[in-house]
Design a protein around this ligand. Sequence first.
Ligand code: GLN
Length: 278
Amino acid sequence: MGDAAGALREAANRLSETSDSPRLDAELLMAHALQMERSDLLLKLPGLDVPAEFASLVERRRQSEPIAHIVGSKEFWGLDFRVTPDVLIPRPDSELLIEEAVSLFASAHPQRIADLGTGSGALLLAALHEFPESRGLAIDASAAALQIAHDNADALGLADRARFLLLDWTAANWTSLLGSGFDLVLANPPYVSTDARLSADVAGFEPHQALFAGADGLDDYRMIIPALEKLLSPTGTALLEIGFDQAKPVSGLAADCGYNVELKQDLGGNDRLLVLRR
Ligand code: GLN
């Protein structure tokens, strides 16, 4: 036992080599060890003892394990998602898709939503949370991921409007199992080049199946974009997350299939989202 403020400073120091946000990480880990919110931790800090397991949590983070894996959850769109190594950790950048959906469907909510490669369920469940009348269908090629997505739907009280289907878009005829007439299709597919050098926390801990998509990172778009015609309603919209350097090639694939394409940037100013419409 000792003073928590000092332990936080020391932990932030230890984490400064592996993390871009060492102080925040240390606070999140200590809050987790104390089972309190970070905001509470900061208020109560002067009187707190260092929790016994804090040092081992810091050590895991020092070995590049993501905070979301250590604490078992990640916030996305203000909602709490359970996260394991079976799913991609929801990224703040992906909130752009929900922001865009909310603005596009402000007056007429989408009735039916599809989420391709749902992982933790973050995109579909955030959308269902925003659109209380909508129903959604999410697919993933990983049964373990779908279990997490399902648990998240239950925990968020959205399970009655969400369906989950084990489905791989490399399979023949996958669209016929999904159905048609979706007003909104969301997708954050794998889009990282197999040659890309990712940071240790991503490469070492997140599912490669959810990240890598061939030499140019476009393999999954090549399958998804031609299939949208079957999935979307005549007035439907697809929102596709892209890598920062993929606006041109992915727009090209979409234009080849007859879509109007609009490009949006994330908060960091990077190209991040394509809006596809007929
Ligand atoms: N944004 C993720 C990353 O840079 C990649 C997500 C994805 O491939 N869909 O690590």
